[in-house]
Design a protein around this ligand. Structure first.
Ligand SMILES: Nc1ncnc2c1ncn2[C@@H]1O[C@H](COP(=O)(O)OP(=O)(O)O)[C@@H](O)[C@H]1O
Ligand SMILES: [Mg+2]
Length: 343
C-alpha cells in the first residue's frame, strides 16, 4: 500500500543543513495499523509529510498503491492527496465553522454540493458519534470530540490511507483510549490502512499491528508489535518498552528467597507469555509434573492490541534435575524463559 525507498529529507536553514530522514525504507501493507515511534525530533512528522508530499523528499521514492507520488504534477498530486486523510495532534479545525462545516470542507473542495454533502456529513458524524453536535463550534467541544471531528473530516473523501501524527498526544489517557478504539473500529470496518505516529509506546501497544522505531532520522527496528515487545533488538526499543511494561523486579522481592532444603537449588526466572498460553494453567501443571516449589514473586498480564501478554517472576526450588526439567517443560510451550539471577 505504501512503499518508501531510500527516503532522505534534508532541510536547508540559513545556518545549517538538518538531516531529518536518512535512507528510510519502509513498507506498509493494505489494511494494517502501522505505528512509527520515536523521540521528539527523530523525524516522524517529516516522514508523514513526505508521504502526502507536503514536504518534497530530497532523495528516494514514496510509492502509494503502485504510483510514485514524488513524480506527480501538482494537479495529479491534488487528486492523489484526496486518497490520503490526515489527523493532527492539535486537530487543526476551522474555528469559524461548525462541526458540520468542518466535515463538509473537504467535500466542497472535491466538488460535491447540497444534498450529497449533507448525506455524507451525516454518515460521518454518525460514524464518529457526534450526530448531535453538528451545529456546535470547535470551541464548544472537548479535545476528544474535536479529534472525532478531525477523524470525520479526514475520512470524508473515502481515503485509502489515514495518516495520524500524534493524534492522541494532547488527550488524557481515557480519551486517548476511546479515540484509539474508534480508529481500530474504522480500520476493521473499512479495511483502511492507518499509519500512526506516536512517541508513547502505550498508543502503539494498544492499536498497532506492526511498528517501526525511528531514532535520529533512521529506522532502527521494524516488526510486529508483539515481537518487538517480547524481543526488542535495540536499546531505543528497550527504552520505549520499559516505559510501558515494567519487568524490573523490586529489590526487596529478590531478597526474600526460600529457605532451602538440603540438596535443593533455587532459581529465579522470568517467564513471558504471549497469546494463548496466558490462558493456560502451565505453572500449576508444571508443579504437578515436577517436584518443585514455585513461589510467584511478581506478575502482570497486559494486552498488545488484542493479544494478551504476561510476565511472571518465579522462584523455583527443588533438586537440580527437577528444576531443569521444569524449566524445559515451560520452554516447550514456547514461553520465553530467562534466568534473572541464581540465588
Ligand atoms: N521545516 C523545517 N525546517 C527546518 N528543520 C525542520 C523542519 N521541520 C523539521 N525540522 C527538523 O527536522 C528534525 C525532525 O523533525 P520532525 O520530523 O518534526 O520530528 P518529530 O516529528 O519526530 O518530532 C528536527 O531536528 C527538526 O528540528
Ligand atoms: Mg512530530
Amino acid at each position: 500500500m505504501i512503499k518508501i525507498n531510500n527516503l532522505t529529507k534534508i532541510y536547508h536553514t540559513p545556518t545549517r543543513e538538518i538531516v531529518a530522514l536518512e535512507k528510510v525504507d519502509l513498507e506498509v501493507e493494505k489494511g494494517e495499523i502501522f505505528g512509527i515511534i520515536g523521540l521528539s525530533g527523530a523525524g516522524k512528522s517529516t516522514l508523514v509529510r513526505c508521504i502526502n508530499m507536503l514536504e518534497k523528499p530530497t532523495e528516494g521514492s514514496v510509492i502509494i498503491d503502485g504510483t510514485d507520488i514524488t513524480g506527480l504534477t501538482s494537479r495529479e498530486l491534488l487528486s492523489a492527496r484526496q486518497k490520503i486523510g490526515m489527523i493532527f495532534q492539535h486537530f487543526n479545525l476551522l474555528s469559524s465553522r461548525t462541526v458540520f462545516g468542518n466535515v463538509a470542507f473537504p467535500l466542497e473542495i472535491a466538488g460535491l454540493t447540497g444534498g450529497k454533502i449533507k448525506d455524507r456529513v451525516g454518515e460521518l458524524l454518525d460514524l464518529v458519534g457526534l450526530s448531535d453536535r453538528a451545529g456546535s463550534h470547535p470551541s464548544q467541544l472537548s479535545g476528544g470530540q474535536k479529534q472525532r471531528v478531525g477523524i470525520a473530516r479526514a475520512l470524508a473523501n473515502r481515503p485509502k490511507i489515514l495518516l495520524s501524527d500524534e493524534a492522541t498526544s494532547a488527550l488524557d489517557p481515557q480519551t486517548t483510549g476511546s479515540i484509539l478504539e474508534l480508529l481500530k473500529d474504522i480500520n476493521r470496518r473499512f479495511n483502511l490502512t492507518i499509519l500512526m505516529i506516536a512517541h508513547d509506546m502505550n498508543v502503539i501497544k494498544r492499536a498497532c499491528d506492526r511498528v517501526a522505531v525511528i531514532d535520529r532520522s533512521r529506522i532502527v527496528e521494524v516488526g510486529k508489535v508483539i515481537d518487538i515487545f517480547s524481543n526488542p533488538q535495540t536499546a531505543v526499543s528497550r527504552n520505549f518498552i520499559g516505559s510501558v511494561i515494567d519487568k524490573e523486579v523490586p529489590e526487596h522481592l529478590l531478597q526474600c528467597s526460600n529457605r532451602q532444603r538440603p540438596g535443593t537449588i533455587t532459581r529465579l526466572i522470568g517467564v513471558s507469555f504471549i497469546g494463548d498460553s496466558t490462558g493456560k494453567p502451565l505453572i500449576s501443571s508444571m508443579i504437578k509434573k515436577f517436584d518443585v516449589d514455585a513461589n510467584i514473586l511478581y506478575g502482570n498480564i497486559d494486552h498488545i492490541k488484542d493479544i494478551p501478554f504476561g510476565h511472571l517472576v518465579l522462584e523455583l526450588t527443588g533438586e537440580p534435575g527437577q528444576v531443569a526439567g521444569a524449566l524445559d517443560y515451560l520452554c516447550g510451550f514456547g514461553l520465553e524463559v530467562e534466568a534473572i539471577d541464581s540465588v
